[in-house]
Design a protein around this ligand. Structure first.
Ligand SMILES: [Zn+2]
Length: 162
């Protein structure tokens, strides 16, 4: 009886987030709203999960939700401070400076894509936040098709429970 109770409570502390939370440079923001996303992450943080199986990247613990939240918060603050008052062409010139600032924060550096890598969702993430804050679009600099393909893959093996 005691064993069953313990097993139930342990299971309840495992959270499968889907793409609400990832663990690495994998946030596909194409059809989301980053503002609402942050609110959803806040709700997930209150669940007090011990093990978190994210949509992409290695299995983690509850703090990955805080880290993912901090990435979006930092991204929105930076885009708001450096880009929101600028027209798209001028705003675009700020992307690498914002990347460097976020990469300099150890809590969130792993969420920031590498410039020039075949896989770099960062410009698309910046563009999405800029669009949410200003209602204006940045010119196409997307790698969205790649990201959409990644998101159709199954959960990482480490998170599959039998
Ligand atoms: Zn995905």
């Amino acid at each position: 009886m005691m064993t069953n109770t313990n097993a139930t409570s342990v299971l309840a502390k495992i959270l499968f987030t889907g793409d609400v939370c990832v663990n690495g440079p994998y946030n596909y923001v194409g059809d989301g709203d980053v503002g609402k996303w942050v609110a959803t992450l806040n709700a997930a943080r209150k669940l007090d999960a011990k093990i978190v199986c994210t949509g992409h990247g290695p299995r983690s613990i509850g703090t990955v939700l805080d880290d993912q939240h901090a990435f979006f918060k930092g991204l929105r603050e930076q885009v708001g401070a450096l880009m929101a008052d600028r027209a798209p062409e001028e705003a675009k010139a700020q992307i690498e400076s914002i990347r460097a600032t976020l990469k300099g924060n150890p809590q969130i550096a792993r969420f920031v894509g590498e410039r020039g890598a075949g896989w770099d969702p960062f410009p698309a993430q910046v563009a999405k936040v800029y669009e949410e804050l200003t209602g204006k679009k940045l010119a196409a600099l997307m790698h969205e098709p790649q990201l959409a393909r990644l998101c159709s893959r199954p959960l990482p093996r480490s998170c599959v429970t039998s």
